[in-house]
Design a protein around this ligand. Structure first.
Ligand SMILES: Cc1cc2nc3c(=O)[nH]c(=O)nc-3n(C[C@H](O)[C@H](O)[C@H](O)COP(=O)(O)O)c2cc1C
Length: 353
């Protein structure tokens, strides 16, 4: 079982609530988190990219450190942990990104992967004149498929020509190539997103309830086997670890009571523009009413594992055994303290570790 950290390079991490720490993202914070994760033997850190936040009283994600430049800094200050920057594919040409990844791979000695983000949120790109039109909602995974094929061709041979619907490159040279294959991850959840993942990614990130996870793992297994591939599933969770179950429950209650309703309604307004159904936009809408175990909007729809170290250990073992996932990606209200406690009190005695 692999364990990763969802780096808080956007303001306030992944909890739109005044009941959780409110902060600006900084390199020093993200580095301290990465070093703590590396010290405890966690497998990877992943930073996101949001070009426009969701405001509200907490200014949720209004600041966001750029994913690749942040990971380059973390690469040079760490030695063993895996590094996943996120590419919002509408924002950069694949030939530029192939080179950026090769550069971080060189800085880190072969530790760089890539998270493919197709872009479900029009305002982020429209503000920069980069939104190609609302057709993109339906066509984003076709665009992503071309994008990834170009990346792979350039990484494999350092040279590629391509004439597709979205890209035209002519004997394009991108050297140096990375020393090892670059692991690709993607969080596509919709039918189109899952088909893309099965064909092009090495791992899928999923945010959903435990029961849905079982179906999700099976679905990706079947779909990827059909194209002769094996794609692993990593599930996303918040972790709230306290001295007792009651103390953890009190923290969860406070986060729900102080949820940033302004930010949440801005997120849902953006999600409601997405015409690609059955994916994250629909999940976010459903998360308004869901319990925290399944994913509530006070936690950005991400399921929460909470309790004492003992309870959290049991939950992780149970989820891993029931669902057959390959890894978990965690976020905490207070990342450094959370990772330290996870590393000291939970990890050593996990059965699935
Ligand atoms: C672990 C994880 C990381 C993600 N990173 C980003 C990101 O950096 N930027 C972004 O706009 N969306 C991000 N997303 C959203 C997904 O990329 C994707 O757009 C979303 O899950 C919608 O799936 P769908 O397109 O199939 O509906 C992330 C989701 C997960 C679970």
């Amino acid at each position: 079982m692999k364990f990763g950290v969802f780096l808080p390079n956007g303001s306030n991490g992944y909890i739109p609530s005044a009941g959780s720490p409110i902060y600006e993202p900084t390199f020093q914070h993200n580095l301290a988190i990465s070093l703590a994760a590396e010290k405890h033997g966690l497998d990877f850190v992943l930073s996101m990219m949001k070009f426009r936040g969701f405001g509200g009283e907490t200014g949720y994600w209004d600041s966001c450190l750029e994913s690749f430049t942040l990971m380059a800094g973390i690469a040079s200050a760490t030695s063993s942990i895996g590094l996943f920057p996120s590419i919002s594919i509408l924002s950069q040409h694949p030939a530029v990104v192939a080179r950026m990844v090769a550069t971080i791979d060189d800085i880190s000695g072969g530790r760089c992967g890539l998270n493919i983000v197709t872009g479900w949120n029009r305002p982020e790109y429209a503000q920069m004149g980069m939104w190609p039109g609302d057709d993109h909602y339906q066509r984003r995974y076709d665009y992503a498929a071309e994008y990834v094929e170009i990346l792979q061709a350039l990484w494999q041979s350092g040279r590629a020509s391509w004439e597709g619907e979205y890209f035209k490159i002519d004997d394009c040279s991108v050297l140096p190539t990375p020393a090892n294959p670059i692991p690709l991850v993607c969080a596509g959840q919709s039918p189109a997103g899952r088909a893309f993942v099965a064909k092009h990614a090495d791992h899928q990130f999923v945010l959903t309830s435990e029961d849905n996870l079982v179906r999700s793992v099976e679905d990706i297994r079947v779909k990827s086997a059909a194209s002769g591939r094996k794609v692993g599933v990593y599930a996303l969770f918040h972790m709230i670890l306290a001295d007792t179950d009651e103390m953890a429950q009190a923290q969860v209650r406070q986060i729900i009571e102080l949820a940033d309703q302004g930010a949440i309604s801005n997120i849902l307004a953006s999600a409601s523009l997405d015409t690609n159904t059955g994916g994250t936009a629909d999940q976010l809408k459903a998360a308004l009413d869901q319990d925290v175990e399944s994913g509530n909007m006070a936690f950005m729809g991400i399921p929460v594992i909470y309790g004492s170290a003992n309870t959290i250990r049991q939950r992780i073992d149970a989820i891993a055994q029931k669902t057959g996932i390959d890894g978990m990606l965690f976020s905490w209200p207070d990342f450094v303290a959370g990772i330290e406690r996870f590393g000291e009190e939970v990890l050593p005695d996990l059965q699935v570790g």
